[in-house]
Ligand binder design. Structure first.
Ligand code: T3D
Length: 263
């Protein structure tokens, strides 16, 4: 597929997907949904990629739905937003959550509406100091979608979740990190290098173990403690036979850096 609204590449184990409609702050139109879907499909089949980094071109990360596609002429029929979510946003969030490799949101600028919640759906969110998060939905008469009403209370608790969702105010990246909404906020001038270092580290990590960590943390939301302990036992049993575990122990004993293959 010849991408027009995103760029996508895989190199040295790192898949990079960049939303690329900077003049609209990388907001989503139908074509961008199709292209992101295609890229994530290609990524699933790619054995080389061991981490995905999602970012935005220009000064923004993503401003959610392109509202130019939602303007209704007098007497016109509004779009069926439920259909839009069923076709596009819901599958996108589920696809991100189901990827077995770590997914990093590299939030280079403002992340608003669905754009904010796409970032929160990722495993690790690293943001530039000048970036911000805006649950813009209530400002245009909508409810947070793309998982916003699920992620927010789990990440920052109900008081802050409601404050963010009801008021739709910009939350600066530094405060987002202080609140535990995101993993890290870094100075703008260090952002690109920090993202590269994070991605490179994850691409050289024991990929199978990272996959199982994601699985276990996700399962914890609905498991009892006993069920979770059972799951940890089963995953540890599996990983105990993996090549990367053998390499990790051997490297520790030999006081050298491990060379994980992801097996
Ligand atoms: O519809 C469905 O399918 C249902 C699903 C909905 C999911 C959603 O995401 S709903 C929420 C949609 N998003 C928003 O409501 C956010 C709208 N944007 C903003 O509030 C602000 O632009 C920002 C807070 C994100 C950034 O503000 P600021 O001052 O830094 O930039 P700006 O000047 O507002 O925007 C720069 C340009 O991007 C501007 O265009 P111009 O005037 O230079 O030609 C602006 O119109 C454009 N832009 C920004 N966001 C969108 C957009 N154009 C279309 N759609 C946008 N969402």
């Amino acid at each position: 597929m010849n991408y027009q609204t995103i760029t996508y590449s895989v190199s040295d184990g790192v898949a990079r997907l960049t939303l690329n409609r900077p003049e609209r702050l990388n907001s989503f139109n139908t074509q961008m949904h199709e292209e992101v879907r295609h890229a994530l499909g290609a990524l699933e089949a790619d054995r080389e990629a061991r981490v995905l980094v999602i970012s935005g071109a220009g000064r923004g990360f993503c401003a959610g739905q392109d509202l130019a596609d939602r303007a209704v002429a007098p007497g016109g029929e509004p779009a069926d937003l439920g259909e839009s979510i069923e076709r596009n946003y819901k599958p996108l969030i589920l696809a991100l959550r189901r990827l077995p490799i770590p997914v990093v949101a590299a939030v280079n600028g403002v992340a608003a509406g669905a754009g904010a919640n796409i970032a929160l759906a990722c495993d690790l969110v690293i943001a530039a100091h000048s970036a911000s998060f805006v649950q813009a939905f209530a400002r245009i008469g909508l409810v947070p979608d793309s998982g916003g009403t699920w992620f927010l209370p789990r990440l920052v608790g109900p008081a802050r979740a409601l404050g963010l969702a009801l008021l739709g105010e910009k939350l600066p990246a530094r405060r987002a990190a202080e609140w535990g909404l995101i993993w890290r906020c870094v100075d703008d001038e260090d952002f690109a290098a920090e993202v590269d270092a994070l991605a490179a580290g994850l691409a050289e990590a024991p990929t199978l173990a990272l996959r199982r960590i994601k699985q276990a943390v996700a399962a914890s939301w609905h498991n009892t403690l006993e069920e979770q302990l059972d799951l940890e036992r089963d995953l540890q049993r599996e990983l105990g036979y993996s090549a990367d575990y053998a390499e990790g122990v051997a490297a520790f004993m030999a006081k050298r850096e491990p060379r994980f293959t992801g097996q």
